[in-house]
Design a protein around this ligand. Sequence first.
Ligand code: GAR
Length: 371
Amino acid sequence: MTNASESAQFCTVGGVMTLDQAVEWREQLRAAGKRLVFTNGCFDLVHAGHVRYLQQARDLGDALVVALNDDASVRELKGAGRPLNDQDDRAEVMAALRAVDGVVVFSGQRATSVIDALQPDVYAKGGDYTVDSLNPEERAALENAGAEIQILSLVPGRSTSSTVKKMRDSESNGAKRKLRIGVLASGSGSNMQAIHDAIVAGELDAEIVAVISDVKDARVHQRAKDAGYESVYVDPGPYKTKLGEAAQKEIADRLKAAGVDLVCLAGFMRMVKPPLLDAFEGRMVNIHPSLLPAFKGLHAWKQAVEAGATESGCTVHYVDAGMDTGSIIDQESVPVLADDTAESLHARIQEKEHILYPRAIRSIADKLLGE
Ligand code: GAR
């Protein structure tokens, strides 16, 4: 393997370059029998974890090109507050690193077009990914290019989200800060609304910092917009009741980028499993429309009517790997009336949900902020 200064002997360009320049350079590398390593990312707040990861990537070949998300695509991926540093600055910092030979800024959320153009020999990605959680489009482009995919281990404790957290903690300087909530919802979003209303009314010392839905046209998007939040749709992948690996990764990344302390499932109709669950272990709660452990699963209000129950209600519980099995935080009960339909019972349960959810969050907020 050569280092960056040796590689300069067989290339005419380096540093920040256009895609056309990178393609020309790539041809020179190929002609010289050199292996091109490629990686991509936002690299908004560069830390030692990035530096070590990029060095490991560089060591896999003879030259390393980093494709850097432009500002618009970082905003789409990480939310309105990012990037903190604009693309010119980020590119300059990247290009100054010893491990990096070339930097190309690209638009759009996927680096597919850069992969297609550069046809890298090796593709490196950080260890918070697995081969399965790579974006399917990017993975297909890499397979098409015949690139070897290398997942590199991350440096524990060095991440952009831990840097952001340290900054927030030091800024608050011991003062009590607000609980940062991320909401996952698939439907109408009345529970997200109830959390928002409790915050506005001063009953819950928290802020909603992320709203994510697996349903493109769910009403929760409009409710979020009306309340002043940006909501995003994440493609859940090909399954009916679970989330694909790429979707889990994207949701976890978005929640981490927003600095979420607590994830609230509010009518989120998919099972949350590791690795998304692992990323927020003990910090993910769900509201379920029954008095758990009774009537787990879908349409719990319908199950209650059909079973002839005389009482039902709602439960807020921690999320674990089972279906509605996590430990219970709080509950509210309602009567089931003789003439109830599934719909009338659900409406009565929802009234209680809107009181219960903010109350349950309030009861665990101090513990979560103390962690
Ligand atoms: C709520 O009743 C919630 O308890 C239920 O979906 C509804 C969502 O309403 N959740 C489940 O059944 C989860 N298994 P919303 O979108 O108006 O908040």
